[in-house]
Design a protein around this ligand. Structure first.
Ligand code: PMV
Length: 313
């Protein structure tokens, strides 16, 4: 029986998380050192319509009908069935593995959706375009994020650095000079939907204050875009530090993330910030080739669960 396998990378948000939900621009890039993989295979020995799912990383092994209606994997398979106007599902198995830590700001949910949508569409003999995959993955993001901006499914589907604004066509970032980032995992898992929900409540309670903070984050993202496209590493570092301060103000940092950011700066990073939903998950630090290994080592010594050194551009 042929197996249909697809992969999708992780991602980091470079600038603009949370404000992007409110229409401000954000920058994000794929992280190819980690990935989600989905494999779909026919199981002719099983009764028609029986879909067996295995996701060993999260200890899941069940038939589709045993999972709750709102489960992201159920939603993904149902979306695909409706999109392809399939009357009935055949018998098949789905296996999902991922090296992307869950609920840590590296886009694990969106990467699973993108990989699974691609593997399913290949299995059904109806390969989808990137635009179609991106739009369907956005629907699944609503399960994870509540009110997603769409940045995660976009950067992961197209697998290139992007400048993203809600309801605007996707723009690819032209990175003038590749730059190196250290990504440090606080090891604290933090569902994005909670942080996004708390920010929404705070925004509703103090709209003027939060709109002003989102504006400042948006203009940092604009400045950072120019710095990236013109290869101004110093400005990029300064913008990261400024963005982190604003994320602290909107209430999505944590003692642990602040500590890792400080450790990275003390070890020679030229800028650092939390990345993604916050509260836990990952932080990123801008480094040059000399300081990269030193920053990585310091973060590990300071208790980071996992540290990835990656080059963007
Ligand atoms: O999936 P995360 O944790 O990287 O968060 C995505 C970024 C947010 O701006 C917090 C949410 C969104 O939908 O844009």
């Amino acid at each position: 029986m042929p197996a249909f396998t697809a992969h999708a990378p992780g991602k980091i948000i470079l600038f603009g998380e949370h404000a992007v939900v409110y229409g401000r621009p954000a920058l994000a890039a794929p992280v190819t050192q980690v990935k989600a993989t989905a494999t779909v295979m026919a199981t002719p020995q099983a009764n028609p319509g029986v879909v067996h799912i295995q996701a060993p990383n999260i200890g899941l092994e069940a038939d589709l009908v045993e999972l709750p209606e709102g489960h992201p994997l159920v939603k993904t398979i149902q979306l695909m069935k409706n999109y392809l106007s399939l009357q009935k599902l055949p018998a098949f198995s789905v296996r999902i593995t991922s090296t992307i830590p869950v609920a840590s700001g590296l886009g694990s949910g969106a990467a699973v959706s993108v990989a699974l949508l691609r593997a399913l569409s290949a299995f059904f003999g109806r390969p989808l375009s990137d635009d179609e995959v991106c739009a369907l993955a956005f629907e699944v993001e609503k399960v994870y994020h509540g009110t997603p901006s769409g940045i995660d499914n976009t950067v992961i589907t197209y697998a290139r650095p992007v400048y993203f604004m809600r309801n605007h066509p996707i723009e690819t970032l032209r990175v003038a000079r590749p730059f190196m980032l250290v990504i440090g995992d606080s090891g604290i898992s933090s569902p994005t939907s909670l942080a996004v929900g708390d920010v929404r409540q705070a925004w509703q309670a103090h709209p003027d204050q939060y709109e002003a903070l989102f504006n400042q984050i948006g203009s940092i993202a604009q400045t950072a875009r120019v710095a990236l496209e013109e290869g101004q590493a110093t400005t990029l570092g300064e913008m990261m530090n400024a963005n982190h301060k604003l994320l602290q103000k909107i209430g999505v940092s944590s003692t642990e993330l602040d500590r890792l950011v400080q450790v990275a700066l003390q070890a020679g990073a030229s800028g650092a910030k939390l990345s993604g939903g916050g509260r836990g998950g990952n932080m990123i630090a801008l480094v040059d080739a000399t300081h990269g290994p030193q920053v990585k080592e310091s973060l590990l010594q300071a208790g980071a669960r996992q540290v990835i050194l990656t080059t963007i551009g």
